[in-house]
Design a protein around this ligand. Structure first.
Ligand code: SME
Length: 176
């Protein structure tokens, strides 16, 4: 399948995110492999949203000693930090809190992990898969970074949470 690159007009953010959600769902349809889907999702988000320097995923892993941590998954942007302890940085904090974290100024976030010194603001959305029992399993985070201060507002939070839900539901994730 080929994917036509569409221009999304973020002057109307809710509409642009709705169009992006529709295109993301179509892009992932028919494939359940999480690496393939996360790779294409990162590419779509990175090419569609203005003013980004990184977009991608961290997923659960274990240290040699058995401690829980995150490991980098598919992404677009400069090479990134590979492993992040649960509870560290914006990604590890979002993993613990299981809620989206918007960081308007990364230098003001205690414990922010600087992978790319160009990053000025950031949003991290946890990927929560609801099982048959109704309990939510944490399967990773979507991390999006910008070189612009305060790049992400409530419309970005709502839009990226909707995209994260599509990616989560479209894929079979490794047992967390
Ligand atoms: N800044 C993130 C680390 C990941 S990179 O930005 C790609 C954090 O503090 O968790």
């Amino acid at each position: 399948m080929s994917h036509a690159i569409t221009h999304y007009d973020f002057a109307d953010k809710p509409r642009a995110y709705r169009e992006l959600a529709r295109d993301l769902a179509a892009l992932l349809a028919g494939e359940r492999d999480w690496i393939a889907n996360a790779a294409n999702a990162a590419a779509l988000i990175f090419s569609a949203l203005p003013d980004l320097n990184w977009a991608g995923f961290y997923v659960p892993a274990r240290t040699a000693g058995g401690a829980r941590e995150l490991i980098v998954g598919p992404f677009q942007g400069r090479p990134a930090c590979v492993r992040i302890p649960i509870g560290d940085g914006v990604c590890g904090t979002a993993a613990v809190r299981r809620e989206t974290i918007v960081v308007p100024d990364v230098n003001a976030f205690d414990g922010h992990i600087a992978c790319d010194s160009a990053s000025r603001s950031e949003i991290v959305v946890p990927l929560l898969r609801t099982g048959v029992s109704g309990a939510a399993a944490f399967v990773g985070v979507l991390d999006v970074d910008s070189p612009r201060l305060a790049r992400f507002d409530d419309a970005d939070r709502a839009g990226l949470e909707a995209l994260a839900a599509i990616i989560t539901a479209a894929s079979d994730w490794p047992a967390p």
